[in-house]
Design a protein around this ligand. Sequence first.
Ligand SMILES: *[C@@H]1O[C@H](CO)[C@@H](O)[C@H](O)[C@H]1NC(C)=O
Ligand SMILES: *[C@@H]1O[C@H](CO)[C@@H](O)[C@H](O)[C@H]1NC(C)=O
Length: 839
Amino acid sequence: SRRMGYRDWRWRALWCHHFFLLWSAINGLTRYSIPEELKRGSVVGNLARDLGLGLSDIFDRKLRVASEAGKQYFSVDAGKGELVVNDRIDREALCGQSASCVLTLQVVTENPLQLHRIEVEIRDINDNSPIFSTEERSLKIAESTAPGISFPLETAQDQDVGSNSVKSYTLSKDECFVLRIKEVSGNRKVPELVLEKALDREKQSVHQLLLTAIDGGNPVKSGITKIIVTVLDNNDNVPVFKRPLYNVSVAENSAARSVILRVEATDADEGVNGEIQYAFSEHTPQSLLSIFHLHSDTGEISLAGPLDYESTPMHEIDITAKDKGVPEMEGHCRVHVTVIDINDNAPEIVLTSNPNPVREDAPRGTVVALISARDHDSGNNGKVTLRLPKNSPFALKSSFSNNYAVVTSDALDREHISEYNIEITATDSGSPPLSSKKVIPVSITDVNDNPPAFTQPSYNVYLKENGVPGSILYSVSATDRDFGENAKISYSILDSKVQDLSVSSYVYINSDNGSIYSMHSFDYEKLKVFQIHVQAKDQGSPSLSGNATVHVFILDQNDNAPAVIYPSSAALGSFSQQRMPRSAKAAHLLTKVTAVDADSGHNAWISYRLAEATDASLFTVNLYTGEVRTKRAVSEQDDSSQRLLIEIKDDGEPVRSATVTVSVLLEDGLHEPILDLRQKSAEPSQKGGRVTLYLIVSLASVSVLSLLTFLILAVKCIRNSRSSGSCCMRRSDCDEYKNPNRNLQIQLNTDGPIKYVEVLGGDMLSQSQSFRSCMSPMSEYSDFTLIKPSSTTDFKEVISVLDASLPDSTWTFESQQLLEICLLDDGFYQLLIEIKSNK
Ligand SMILES: *[C@@H]1O[C@H](CO)[C@@H](O)[C@H](O)[C@H]1NC(C)=O
Ligand SMILES: *[C@@H]1O[C@H](CO)[C@@H](O)[C@H](O)[C@H]1NC(C)=O
């Protein structure tokens, strides 16, 4: 039943509609009103009734719609006489945009032929949507456009009319834009896009808007167009750094060109407005520019120069980022570069005061120099310890923070080390530690603490006699280990006596160089040895001195010819007259020529020779003794007057000689002389003089024995000299002997093997002239008449001097032979001993 109800409602609505149509036909002019787009066959109205025709009339009178040119929109239903829609009716096609659309129809009835005018109003229905000519519209608006500016938009077209046409526009929601509808002439509504709020490309670069046009129909129809607003960029954004402040720590030994940081800025703008260039800000000092390099495109900061914690532990760099827009915009940031200290600075030692020279007698603790140590690094890297080399006579005394005094810590000796280069090592506590050295030169000033010292405590000088006065006798030299005036030496001779005269009358010394000059020529026969005490004195204050003794030994030269002392007629021009009996046998001693030589040694070794004779076959001269004997018995034929020339020569170089002429007178019946030793001893009957002879012989024997004993003792002692000898006295012991024979003289020829030792004893100072007679033990006959054995001679002196004079301890005497014994006139002796040594 409800279904029925619904149908019922529809029917009623339709009825009301038809009633209206009916009503209009009654008003004279049949007029219908239909909406457009009715279906074919839809009833417009009951035409028959409205025209007052009955049902039968419809067929009979052939009610019909007069055909018109063109389309036949309506037709008459033959059954009910209703006007029905024959074709699609589109109001917009029929009437366009005109507000009313009425179609006029001619309805024809025959019998009688009548013409009825019928109007059918086509009412608009909302069958068209508003349409925009383009689906999409692009708009470009600059960012900087001021709000309030409007942009006209396309209007939409709607083919419908009246209320079915475009009624209003709406715009999709957008915060920047609003829609404004502008009424233009003829009620036309034009939509406008109004910029309500400033655009920000960076926030939204494209705005997509939908513009909807709505018509007033029922149901409402709409059309849409898209509006794309592209925001044109404006350089309205500053480049912005990611951080306003960058902190970075860099070790100060970082390699050059290493990148320490990258700053980054962004610019919301696009294109060149967003292209960023980095640069140091304008006020950046040159010092920073020399250290850092900024890559203008990448923002990388790298090292261009060395970092130095010590000069700048922290750098502040201001960096600007600029875009390329117009006008350009810039942003800023700051970079704090903290430099990390590396132990890159060696400690330094600074002399606070220049080193003073130090006296060598400076007490310990004397300040030599003041120094301070420093290190530019910080922390442990800058903690400095100082060190002195071991064995240095200096020490460091710390005063206050890193200040030290270099003081002496030991005794100094300029003569040992005159200048120190004190090497001080400073080491810091970094890891690895660095160190440096400083050499402080300290000179030690001299103090006169060394006396001059002669090269030898004593000098032996051997000087030939008869030298030229004023010649250099010897040069002594002394050295002084001190310096300058303290070492400037002047030489002098200390006063002493030589043969009752001051030594300065014999010699003088060059005070500058120690050369000693003789002022005399010396005569060995008068002076054999003397001492000079020389002194060397420096010029320090107080001055010091040293002394030495120069022993001058005068060497004998063969400057004396042998002098004949017997026959004494030598005074008569070396001529002597001798008488001899004709009865003399062979080997008869005619006479004995005796000569002496003032020289010594070989120079005094005399030999005799028969140089010329009246009859050379009759006489012979003993080479050594000078005895002149007959070679044969004298015969009657021999000339009674014989003349002999005897030459006496010494053994010196050059040989000096003397001659004596002996004239012999052969006489008959003359007594034989008593001095024929051989004859007398061979003939015991000859008692006269025999006692004397024995006396002489025994005396000589005693002398020879004692001499031999001495020699044996001497040789023994020399051999045992190293053991605590029984009879030997060491030199030191001998000092006790204040001996009477202080001029005991030993001459050793030290070059090559020792051949002989000449021992000279006696008090030579008291000797005014020494006369010697020397004889050889090898002589055929020994004549000891001149021997006066000296009981006071102390042979220990001789032995010890011999001992001390040996050139070195390896000498030993293997055999010895007495070559010559010389007896000097004052009871002194001279021995010439031949020694065979093991060298
Ligand atoms: C010392 O000086 C003198 C004079 O100037 C000179 O003749 C002598 O040779 C010098 N002696 C030495 C050892 O130089
Ligand atoms: C010489 O020197 C010695 C020590 O070397 C000393 O005992 C002596 O007194 C000195 N003599 C003089 C005269 O200076």
